[in-house]
Design a protein around this ligand. Sequence first.
Ligand SMILES: Nc1ncnc2c1ncn2[C@@H]1O[C@H](COP(=O)(O)OP(=O)(O)O)[C@@H](O)[C@H]1O
Ligand SMILES: O=P(O)(O)OC[C@H]1O[C@](O)(COP(=O)(O)O)[C@@H](O)[C@@H]1O
Ligand SMILES: [Mg+2]
Length: 798
Amino acid sequence: MPSFPSLQELNTFHHFVHQTLSIRGDIAVDYLFLQCEWKCDYDRVYDMLCAFVVQCKVRKLVIKFPNERYKVRFCWDLFKTWNSLVELNLEGGFMLDVPEYELLFPCLKRLELVSVGYFKDCSVTNLVSGCPVLEELFVEREVYPDNLEMFKVSSVSLKRLWIAFPRFVRGDFLKVVIDAPKLKYIYVLDNMSNDYSFTKPLDLVEGNINHSAETIAQIIPFLSSAKILKLTCIGSSVLNHPHGLDMPMFPNLVRLVIDWGLDLIPVLLNNMPNLEHITFLHQEEPLIVEGNLPEEPPFCLRFKMKEIILPKQDICGKGACGMKIERGEHGYVLEDVPHLTDYIPKLNTHPNPMRFNPAYSVVKQYFVDSDDTVPEKVVVHKNSPRGVHFRRAGPRQQVYFSPDEVHACIVTCGGLCPGLNTVIREIVCALYHMYGVTRVLGIDGGYRGFYSKNTVTLTPKVVNDIHKRGGTVLGSSRGGHDKSKIVDSIQDRGINQVYIIGGDGTQKGAAVIFEEIKRRGIKAVVAGIPKTIDNDIAVIDKSFGFDTAVEEAQRAINAAHVEAESAENGIGVVKLMGRYSGFIAMYATLASRDVDLCLIPESPFFLEGEGGLFEYVEKRLKENGHMVIVVAEGAGQELVAQSNSATAQDASGNKLLKDVGMWLSDSIKAHFAKTKSMHITLKYIDPTYMIRAVPSNASDNIYCTLLAQSCVHGAMAGFTGFISGLVHGRQTYIPFSRIVDHQNKVIITDRMWARLLSSTNQPSFLKPCELIEFQKVELPSTQLLEGESSSSSSSGQN
Ligand SMILES: Nc1ncnc2c1ncn2[C@@H]1O[C@H](COP(=O)(O)OP(=O)(O)O)[C@@H](O)[C@H]1O
Ligand SMILES: O=P(O)(O)OC[C@H]1O[C@](O)(COP(=O)(O)O)[C@@H](O)[C@@H]1O
Ligand SMILES: [Mg+2]
């Protein structure tokens, strides 16, 4: 694209817009996004734009012009005809010169001004004053200086205010005056100005101030009504003195996050009688509170405090970034995921670039509320506690990476699984298209690829078609997890977002990488996407590729059924994947209805004697003339081991399994040869690797897309040490620690296994006394009520 469009190009553009206008007539347009990549004839663009906005009653307007040092004066008079606007975002090459109007935008509720220049001090004041119902104002200033000496906002309707002046660009003194009596939420990140004043007392709900210690001291009396406060200090804290500040009372404050003023803690706590949660961010010095300690502990510590999160060098040595558990009323527990700011407190945030994405901005409230959580249990009793919750996944209003700062990488580890390529594709596309990130690397061949192979550059073009193929375009492997070499490689390449797709073993490895990155204090997030064809990952509803595997298994079961039906006393044996968890076998059996016997690792069985497998096979053949057996690869391993004692491990340390399908087929054949009770024809089908290698089906493709996008949103928002996963149909972020603890297994005392037994009519192979033992150990866990406990978790089996 040339930097200056030719007159002909501009005319074509005008013509196109005029045509659109005449086609649309005066049909209302909800959202209009105008982005110019080049410096152009702004006056003519405004002309067209204004006509369009008025005629089509545009409600939300985004205009993005290139951000240049010499900005173009905004032809402001035209704007005041825009009566329909509810939201206006201006970014880039504008110089706002706003005269005093009584009424400018009568309906405008949200105004975003990013990197625009201001002609005079009164420009911003006039603009805001001309919007009588304005509720949200977002102002981000930029590196090029303008004429502003004082930033004054005066509004009777304003509820939320973001001030982001992150870079120091001028020596001049900039004064900030806020006259907004209805302000409820204020977010300040400011490196430019240090004279703040509020003309009226505030009735705040939340304040988030990242500023110098002096300015925080100036602002703090105005924040005293807040319920939630985050006070973080730019530069060194100079307020380490209890008498340096006249501390007001904070009667409503329940949550405080702070990284400065250690000596103020006793005073702070004394003045915050209702404080329930306090988080101390990173401190240079050990957290030892000396000096004027009150005679008795503050009221909030004695009666109100529910949670204290300490920085890295805390007294118990555990650190704020370990398992983050937060408790609330009525037994509410949030198992939170770590965040970059747990160990790097002074990080800049940026408004989420998705707010300019035309596709997503149609959503009424696109960004996820930071307080949204998803319950682990959805079956509750009237009085049961609210239980464990996970953070809801999705895009956040503020992100911790600017698009050009991100350098991401993707790695796939462990066995294959349908959908791996879809996840890779969707991570790349989400980074590119949603966040404007253009540097994404593929790591070749699993963990060892970090240090022993070249990387692959991934772009939307490269990954365009890969979801139609099975396997992983990046290659995968077992073993090769060398923590130091991997993190060295991440650090050396300047990678700051690591996406790790793999099963339980892979996520254990990811947790180790996360801990090492945190220990080294690197600004890099580690985000996992759980892959397992066996569906053996705890907490989540199911893993991607599982549906495809169950569907593909039907083809093998059908073939086994056809073979069995067409022979006298025909037996079809099908082996399916499932090392420790028999979900594929169970679901494939239930879906097919042709299966007479399903064997899984969780349910022991025996061959000989009364109630044994041979007796059942004979009975079934006599009744029906044929039968189909589905066996998960991990079933009956102890029986197979009796006939073949060698045990070995794969490169990841997983036990290598004996071929139970072959062993079972041989055992059945040998039994009938020995007893001569009937002549049988047995066909053994092993489709295991064929099932793993197919591309994912439609529903898995969609699921993979959601998982990948959620993971990218989480990483951009600065969360780390998490996997994205579906919990009761909602996308969530789950801490690594939660899923590497134990595996998801079929609970054979659940209704789902009972359903299977009833559909196949097979024996349970359990004696009544053994069943009682199982019931004692294996209580259903995902829907446990208070007081119940379980050793493992089930996957919606009830
Ligand atoms: N406990 C562990 N700690 C660190 N890395 C591990 C651990 N378990 C497995 N890994 C690594 O994770 C990768 C995949 O593990 P594996 O068990 O083969 O597959 P999956 O992730 O599918 O369960 C391998 O590179 C392996 O070395
Ligand atoms: O032959 P491989 O590649 O080791 O794979 C065998 C194993 O891989 C799986 O398909 C998947 O296991 P992972 O999820 O641990 O990779 C198991 O069902 C199976 O036991
Ligand atoms: Mg595994």
